[in-house]
Design a protein around this ligand. Structure first.
Ligand code: OGA
Ligand code: NI
Length: 350
């Protein structure tokens, strides 16, 4: 395959008949798509949030707790975010990636510390194999600190995305309350452990791929943040590791996918699991996903909740700042072994 000087995959993929060699995974690390479980019965739980504030409150809390413990993932319906806000978010994301290369490149940066940036793969500075993905990463809380950095094209981008962020934040806070309760903690205890809070999002664009068995959109990883709210379009691609097997989480209209991130695993002192997941690509359709990564603020001290620690359940993790953790995450790349081990109380440093 010819060497290209394209910064973004979008501008290379449209012509590609083969997967260029820098995207090809070694034989031992390929998607093996025929082995993926795709029946809905094996997928992650679907929880109806309608009853979260009604008479069946305690059942919903129990379902959420169970899902966090067993799957690390669940889907929610009747989540309270208007369909129009969601549709607009997906449409504007698509329009962004359809803009001419020169317009998109105005947002380009390969520096992971930048708070608004378009890039490709995962971390082009450190990784050996590339991923079949372009992404626009946006910090979005507090909105007024970041919105002026966001792309000003398409013209309604800032307004539409800001609306989406605000709605998702409200949903996250409701879910954090429910998760706190499910752990037997006060409703606001997780919310209060996050300092000033942080919220980032990504617009992930996975172009069609001529040889989807050779590469990943994103290889198996856990999310480094607290909790993720994922919106995906109608094209399958997300897979979650369940009992040692990859399971497809196929899109269900009007739902979000929620997953536990590394910080929630720490706060719950390993009761709730940050689970491996990955995105695969396909040869017939492009795919869009929009994860919201909710997180502590960089200076927040993260540690197992005091009320979950006692003689029988000693703290599995030491205290650390989220900034420390996040730095390690970007430096290490999407290694299957997540960074959590480095922060365990019994971790032996070299
Ligand atoms: C992520 C992620 C999955 C997807 O961005 O961390 O897991 O389906 N995305 O795009
Ligand atoms: Ni992820």
């Amino acid at each position: 395959m010819a060497i290209t000087n394209k910064l973004l995959l979008t501008d290379l993929a449209s012509e590609a008949k083969y997967v260029p060699s820098n995207y090809v995974r070694p034989l031992s690390d390929r998607p093996n798509l025929s082995a993926v479980e795709s029946s809905a019965a094996h997928s992650i739980p679907l929880i109806d949030l309608q009853d979260l504030h009604g008479p069946n409150h305690s059942q919903v809390i129990q379902q959420i707790g169970q899902a966090c413990q067993v799957d690390g993932f669940f889907q929610v319906k009747n989540h309270g975010i208007a369909e129009e806000i969601v549709e607009t978010m997906l449409r504007i994301a698509k329009e962004f990636f359809q803009m001419p290369e020169a317009e998109r490149l105005k947002s380009y940066s390969d520096d992971p510390t930048k708070t608004t940036r378009l890039s490709t793969s995962f971390n082009v500075k450190t990784e050996k194999v590339s991923n079949w993905r372009d992404f626009l990463r946006l910090y979005c809380h507090p909105l007024e600190d970041y919105v002026h950095e966001w792309p000003s094209n398409p013209p309604s981008f800032r307004e539409d995305v800001a609306k989406y962020c605000t709605s998702v934040r409200e949903l996250v806070l409701r879910i954090l309350g429910a998760i706190s309760e499910s752990l037997g903690l006060k409703r606001d205890s997780i919310e209060k452990a996050l300092g000033k809070h942080g919220q980032h999002m990504a617009l992930n664009y996975y172009p069609q791929c001529p040889e989807p068995e050779l590469t990943y959109g994103l290889p198996g990883h856990t999310d480094p943040n607290l909790i993720t709210v994922l919106l995906q379009d109608q094209v399958p691609g997300l897979q979650v590791l369940k009992n040692g097997k990859w399971v497809a989480v196929n899109p269900i209209p009007n739902t979000f996918i929620i997953n536990i991130g590394d910080q929630m695993q720490v706060i719950s002192n390993d009761r709730y699991k940050s689970v491996l997941h990955r995105a695969v690509v396909n040869s017939s359709m492009e795919r869009l996903s929009v994860p919201t990564f909710y997180c502590p603020s960089p200076d927040a001290i993260v540690e197992p909740a005091k009320d979950l620690i006692n003689e029988q359940n000693p703290a599995v993790y030491r205290s650390f700042t989220y900034a420390d953790y996040y730095q390690k995450f970007w430096d290490r790349g999407l290694a299957t072994e997540c960074c959590l081990d480095l922060f365990k109380t019994d971790h032996k440093s070299m």
